[in-house]
Design a protein around this ligand. Structure first.
Ligand code: XUL
Ligand code: MN
Length: 348
């Protein structure tokens, strides 16, 4: 762990959401992309994440050349502001073609659409200067298991990943596992599933993972352990830090909001491995609480980074030698209290 290691931060345009949920309308006025980019700059973040249709709105209504021309123009705008594009992700789950699944849909036309659109997302990534394609496999699962055959679904996922890898010899695929929502059960619910399926592709070295705190909690798993597992394979290519209060809907709360100790453990893991030293960004996939007033619209992002940086300090000032002694003595009661008091800032 180096005391001088620094981090660069990132969020996506959807993280400035307008507050709509399935039970009610937006609670804040829609803002332009230019406004969102200005806010990112003003907050001092270094990069932005993009779905393909964040980069090029109404993407399906435009010709391939028009899509690339718009992506080029966006790159010019980002370069002008000194902001990098961290990743591009095909937002397949809003398309009418993928109602019953995209890469794993039962309809061959749905599968073709999903692969074609993913190839186009890779072209957009190239224009934006990133080699990272993020795949949150939103509709690759079922509402009832009898609707699809799982072994076929795995074959179809591999076929789709191979098509993407073949489209561009430099592109890296970061699978973002999530066990449920919008589906009852997803086919790749955890990081273990993502890394296992990577081995079946034509180039496992270019298939890795993105870990989101909330998604691990939804799977009943410890986010820092999930990160350590991906890091063990050299496959933690991005993180979506946020928080989640148990097995509920995906809450995308500010980092540390529900479980500060788990947030500390995640930061310790990132510190231990000097996450970011290969060019990775720390991304916050957080949303404002629905009731947030427009004048407080950025606070969930500002606060997530503040909490992260304070936990970096907590991690660097944690007495590892004292902890090692307690571990050697199997005195986990004292270790537990030591962590609690360190986080509380108690004076000994
Ligand atoms: C969904 C989610 C997405 C991905 C990007 O739960 O986290 O926002 O991060 O497609
Ligand atoms: Mn995410």
């Amino acid at each position: 762990m180096s005391a001088t290691h620094t981090y660069r931060f990132c969020f996506g345009p959807w993280n400035l959401s307008e507050g709509a949920d399935p039970y009610g309308p937006p609670t804040r006025e829609k803002q332009s992309f230019a406004w969102k980019l200005d806010q990112l700059k003003a907050l001092g973040f270094e990069a932005m994440m993009f779905h393909d249709d964040d980069a090029v709105p109404d993407i399906d209504g435009k010709s391939a050349s028009a899509v690339l021309a718009e992506a080029k123009e966006l790159r010019r705008q980002l370069d002008g502001e000194g902001i990098a594009a961290e990743m591009v992700a095909p937002r397949l789950w809003f398309a009418p073609q993928t109602i019953d699944g995209a890469y794993t849909g039962n309809d061959p036309a749905a599968r073709r659409y999903a692969i074609d659109r993913s190839r186009q997302a890779i072209d957009i990534a190239n224009e934006l200067g990133t080699d990272l394609l993020v795949l949150w496999l939103a509709r690759e699962g079922t509402y009832l298991r009898e609707a699809k055959v799982a072994s076929e679904a795995y074959d179809r996922l591999v076929e789709a990943f191979d098509a993407m890898l073949a489209h561009d010899p430099k592109i890296r695929l970061a699978i973002e596992p999530k066990p449920n929502e919008p589906m009852d059960h997803a086919y790749l619910p955890t990081i273990g599933h993502a890394l296992a399926i990577a081995q079946l592709t034509d180039d496992p070295s270019r298939v890795g993972a993105l870990i989101e705190t909330a998604h691990c909690i939804l799977a009943g798993l410890d986010p820092s352990d999930e990160m350590e597992f991906a890091l063990r394979f050299g496959k933690l290519w991005s993180v979506h830090l946020n928080d989640q209060n148990g097995l509920k809907f995906d809450q995308d709360k500010p980092f540390g909001s529900s479980n500060l100790r788990s947030a500390f453990d995640q930061v310790r893991t990132l510190e231990r491995h000097e996450f970011g030293s290969h060019g990775e960004y720390v991304c916050f996939d957080v949303h404002p609480f629905r009731s947030t007033r427009p004048e407080h619209w950025l606070e969930h992002l500002r606060n997530s980074r503040r909490t992260f940086l304070q936990l970096v300090e907590k991690s660097r000032t944690f007495d590892d030698a004292a902890a090692a002694q307690l571990i050697a003595q199997r005195d986990y009661q004292a270790l537990d209290q030591m962590v609690i008091e360190h986080l509380l800032g108690s004076v000994h």
